[in-house]
Every structure is written in structure tokens, then in C-alpha cells.
Ligand binder design. Structure first.
Ligand SMILES: N[C@@H](CCC(=O)N[C@@H](CS)C(=O)NCC(=O)O)C(=O)O
Length: 347
């Protein structure tokens, strides 16, 4: 009898330990950053505090913009609620420290993915959300239309970014000279140009478009049809949690894939009952594991698309042709339309 009781106890202990191990495995599917976000009930996301269209505070005192919506999409994926984001305003120079100290869980702030940053920032980048390039604005009445026309002129440029170096490279490669007027911050750089202290203003084309659109009369300024560099603007997260980086990655891919399927925040309910296996798998319906493979809700994609919209909805409402920025998709079109936006398969 005693023997039987002991055996039973051993069996129960064994069973419990198996359950415990399974439990531990479940928990282990969520990395430390995701766990922190779940415990806190919000995602801390580093953004630009004042780049119209991408990251800025609107009249209602809320953060808004293309980059801001990427943060919201990740919050919807992890917490099921796109509003649960604590935005952390970051200037260009404080980006590296913010990611290294893990003061932010992630960053979505017009940041170019480069070889040296990937190596030294202790960050995981990707996927690119906006393929940009460095551009230049001049006064429309200046008659300047090419880079060669800028030979010997004065150009306003910001330090601490990829911009300053690209400008030097582009001019020296063409045997041209210029006189740089360098500022530590973006606003004074643009203001110096507006005041006539420079013949041109340069930064990412998205930034040039944002500043031009914010002018009293944008037609006074023209964006040259010249691209000086590649600026793949890309969200990033600390290298310490590769699983969280995967969540960021598969949230961005979900935005792109939803556009490819034609699934929007408006019509997603119709797709929930789709019998197409590929759609069911993507939306985590039926027997499909969906987000559980990353410790997320099975239907995390549904939360993301319903609350934030697909890639084209995000692009169009913040910076698209019908906004004051009037940006076309260009390189940011889907691969099926000749662009670079391409999601690996959700299978
Ligand atoms: N994409 C470039 C440039 C990003 C950038 O910092 N751009 C300017 C204006 S478009 C900016 O954000 N300046 C504001 C600041 O320094 O706080 C980079 O990653 O270095």
C-alpha cells in the first residue's frame, strides 16, 4: 500500500514536471523584450518627434505618422491593442544610445539601415518599411535643375546623420565643389535654407518632402529630380531578443502580405470566413497555428490589419498622393507592381 502511494506520488511528480516543462517551453517562446512589453502592458517605441507625415504630434496631442503606425502595428500584434504604445521622442544623435541601453523596445524613426550601424549599434534591423534616397530642395526661381548646377554653391545639411557623408561623396565623385553649412538639428537646417543662407537643403527625400509641405507656400521650393544615395528606412530593436526582432519582422511582413491579398481594415471580416487555405493560414484561422509560433495570439495578423490597416492604407493616409506630401509609391510599391515590397510566404 505504502509502495503504491509512493509510486503514485512519483507518477504525479513526474506528470507535474512534464506539465512544468511544457509550461516553461511555452514561456520560453516569448523573449525578454516581448515579456517586458506584456508585463508593462505597453510597447515603448522610439520615434521622430517632429517629422510631418512620419512621426509628429498632431493637434490633438497624439503621435501620428507612417513610422508611428509601424509601432502601433507591433503593439497590436503583441498586446492586441494598437493604442498601447508609449512613444519616446528621439533626436538623430541619441538613437544609438537609446537602442543600446534598451530604453526603447524598438525604434521606428526614419533611420537608414547601414553596414556600420548594424555592426556597432547592438541592434537588429528590418524589414525596411520605406525605401528612400537622399534628395535636395532648391528655390524654384533659382533655375537650378541638376547637381552640376549646384557646383560652387552653399548647401544646408544636418550632422549626425547619413546625409552629410553622402553629400560629400556625391559631389567629389562628380568633381564638383560646395560650401557646407552644417547644423546639429534638422529644423535650423531647413530654416537657414528658407532664410536664404543656402542655395539648397538636403536630407532624405521623405524629409525634404515633409519640410517643403510645411512651408507657407510649398511651390516656392522644388525638389530636384536627383537621388544621391540609398536610404532604406528601417525599424530596429535591441539585438538581445532575436525572437522579438522576429515579431517586428513578421508584423511588417503581415502589412505587406495583407496588401498583396487585398485585405484591408475595412474588408477583413469577409476574409475571416474565406475557405482559401492560404488566407486561413495567414489570418490564423481554423487549425492553423498563426502567431502561436511566436508566442502571440493565433490571429495576431487580424488585430494588426483591423486596427492599423495594411501597408497601402498606412502609406496612403500618412504620406500618399492625396496628402499634402503627395508621395507616390515608387520603390515602395509591391513587388507585383514593380516595387521592392515583398513578404516571404506565411506558411
Ligand atoms: N535617414 C538618415 C537621416 C535621418 C534623419 O535624422 N533625418 C533628419 C531630418 S529628415 C532628422 O530626423 N533630424 C532631426 C533630428 O536630428 O533630431 C539617417 O538615418 O541618418
Amino acid at each position: 500500500m505504502v509502495k503504491r502511494t509512493v509510486m503514485l506520488a512519483v507518477l504525479v511528480a513526474l506528470l507535474l514536471s512534464v506539465v512544468g516543462v511544457v509550461g516553461a517551453q511555452d514561456a520560453a517562446q516569448v523573449g525578454p523584450i516581448t515579456q517586458r512589453i506584456l508585463d508593462r502592458g505597453s510597447l515603448i517605441c522610439g520615434v521622430h518627434p517632429g517629422l510631418a507625415g512620419f512621426g509628429f504630434v498632431n493637434d490633438a496631442g497624439e503621435y501620428e505618422g507612417f513610422d508611428v503606425d509601424i509601432c502601433r502595428a507591433v503593439a497590436a500584434a503583441i498586446l492586441g491593442d494598437a493604442t498601447k504604445v508609449e512613444f519616446k521622442p528621439l533626436d538623430a544623435a541619441s538613437r544609438q544610445a537609446a537602442i543600446q541601453s534598451e530604453e526603447v523596445d524598438m525604434m521606428s524613426r526614419n533611420t537608414t539601415w547601414t553596414f556600420s550601424r548594424d555592426a556597432s549599434w547592438g541592434a537588429t534591423f528590418g524589414p525596411t518599411t520605406f525605401y528612400d534616397g537622399q534628395g535636395l530642395a532648391v528655390r524654384t526661381d533659382s533655375g537650378i535643375t541638376t547637381l552640376e548646377d549646384l557646383d560652387g554653391t552653399t548647401i544646408c545639411v544636418q550632422s549626425g546623420t547619413t546625409t552629410e557623408l553622402n553629400l560629400a561623396d556625391a559631389f567629389s565623385a562628380r568633381g564638383l565643389t560646395y560650401n557646407p553649412q552644417v547644423f546639429a538639428e534638422a529644423d535650423p537646417t531647413w530654416e537657414a535654407f528658407v532664410e536664404g543662407r543656402c542655395d539648397a537643403f538636403t536630407t532624405d527625400k521623405s524629409g525634404v518632402a515633409a519640410y517643403r509641405a510645411s512651408a507657407d507656400d510649398p511651390s516656392v521650393y522644388t525638389i530636384l529630380d536627383v537621388t544621391l544615395s540609398k536610404e532604406p528606412l528601417t525599424p530596429l530593436s535591441p539585438q538581445s531578443d532575436p525572437q522579438f526582432a522576429d515579431i517586428v519582422r513578421w508584423t511588417v511582413f503581415a502589412l505587406i502580405q495583407a496588401e498583396e491579398y487585398g485585405i484591408t481594415s475595412q474588408n477583413i471580416d469577409e476574409y475571416l470566413t474565406s475557405e482559401v487555405p492560404e488566407i486561413q493560414r495567414f489570418l490564423g484561422q481554423g487549425d492553423n497555428p498563426g502567431g502561436t509560433l511566436y508566442g502571440l495570439a493565433k490571429d495576431y495578423v487580424v488585430n494588426v490589419i483591423r486596427q492599423v490597416g495594411n501597408y497601402s492604407e498606412i502609406f496612403d493616409r500618412n504620406i500618399g498622393p492625396d496628402t499634402r506630401f503627395g508621395l507616390n509609391r515608387g520603390l515602395n510599391a509591391l513587388w507585383t507592381d514593380g516595387g521592392l515590397m515583398y513578404s516571404p510566404p506565411f506558411r
